[in-house]
Design a protein around this ligand. Structure first.
Ligand SMILES: Nc1ncnc2c1ncn2[C@@H]1O[C@H](COP(=O)(O)OP(=O)(O)OP(=O)(O)O)[C@@H](O)[C@H]1O
Ligand SMILES: [Mg+2]
Length: 290
């Protein structure tokens, strides 16, 4: 990647002076073998922002989220959450800084009901072990009831259609993704990282997720989501970072970023390819074809 990252004039990716970013990523770099999956990526996400990370398959988006949440350690660069450096900390320690996440490949515990899954998130926050939380109820019955009530509220908030006592792994993809969001919210995060939250959902369901993001931001959360649904991005993200082959292509307002030539090229191929395809189509239609 030779071209430098460009930002829109109204990018809004620079936080207010004096106020630390909710998430500050500086020069983050990660290689797997000879492949630079993420190369000197810098992203600043102000508090209470819905920020999208975009880019074609293999761009390095999930690797960025994996580093922010501590699942992968960066080779270089730093990550801060509300001004506290978290680079090199474990996922559990980063969760204690208020960061929760969902996964591109859904990860629900086998054999657990919907309600138990979300309650497990709440118990993680309360530092009980998951087996202890689920199989051996805590001595305080009140705490147990509070956790169940909170889990029930969260399931309602994220719009899970299935019964709370259904096995989570039997749910539709859409509901499984909602349960993952509810489990993440049960840890009472300040920052929520979502890796393709609408994958497998139709337009109406995706829109509901967008509305949920707005509601969560309204309650004080900062949201960073990886998303391929451009309609959702344009409607709900206030700023985006567009990556390709590990590097940052553009950052700023979604509409501005999606208009940039190298962003379009990353998604749709080179302009010369597009021109060649158009010429071929015209040739196939023959003279006078429309
Ligand atoms: N654990 C790993 N070991 C080796 N290579 C990896 C690993 N994780 C990711 N990669 C590689 O790093 C590159 C970036 O992968 P990543 O999953 O971050 O992309 P992505 O932007 O999330 O793509 P997608 O939209 O397909 O999910 C890819 O080439 C991928 O094959
Ligand atoms: Mg990914």
């Amino acid at each position: 990647m030779s071209s430098p990252t460009r930002s829109a004039p109204d990018a809004g990716v620079v936080p207010d002076a004096g106020a630390p970013s909710a998430v500050s990523i500086v020069d983050l770099t990660k290689s797997f073998g000879g492949l630079k999956a993420v190369s000197e990526v810098t992203i600043q996400v102000p508090t209470r922002r819905i920020h999208g990370i975009l880019g074609p398959n293999g761009a390095g988006k999930t690797t960025v989220l994996n580093m922010v949440s501590g699942f992968i350690q960066p080779d270089k660069g730093s990550i801060s959450v509300f001004g506290d450096e978290v680079t090199g900390l474990s996922p559990h320690q980063i969760a204690r800084h208020g960061v929760a996440r969902t996964y591109q490949n859904i990860r629900l515990f086998a054999g657990m009901t919907v309600l138990e899954t979300v309650a497990a998130g709440a118990y993680l926050k309360r530092s009980s072990t998951i087996p202890g939380a689920i199989f051996f109820s805590p001595s305080e019955r009140r705490e147990r009831r509070e956790v169940r009530d909170r889990a029930t509220d969260l399931l309602r908030q994220v719009g899970v259609r299935a019964e709370p006592d259904a096995l989570a792994e039997t749910l539709s993809y859409g509901d499984q993704r909602r349960v993952e969001i509810a489990r993440a919210l049960a840890t009472e995060p300040r920052v929520l990282l979502l890796d393709e939250p609408t994958a497998g959902m139709n337009d109406a369901e995706s829109h509901e997720i967008g509305e949920l993001l707005l509601e969560l931001r309204g309650s004080g959360l900062t949201l960073i989501l990886i998303e391929h649904n451009m309609r959702l991005v344009e409607e709900f993200c206030e700023s985006v970072s567009v990556m390709n082959s590990g590097a940052m292509l553009a950052q700023g307002a979604p509409s501005w970023c999606l208009e940039q030539d190298d962003v379009k090229e990353a998604y749709f191929g080179k302009r010369s390819d597009a021109a060649r395809i158009a010429t071929l189509r015209r040739a196939r239609r023959g003279p006078g074809g429309s």
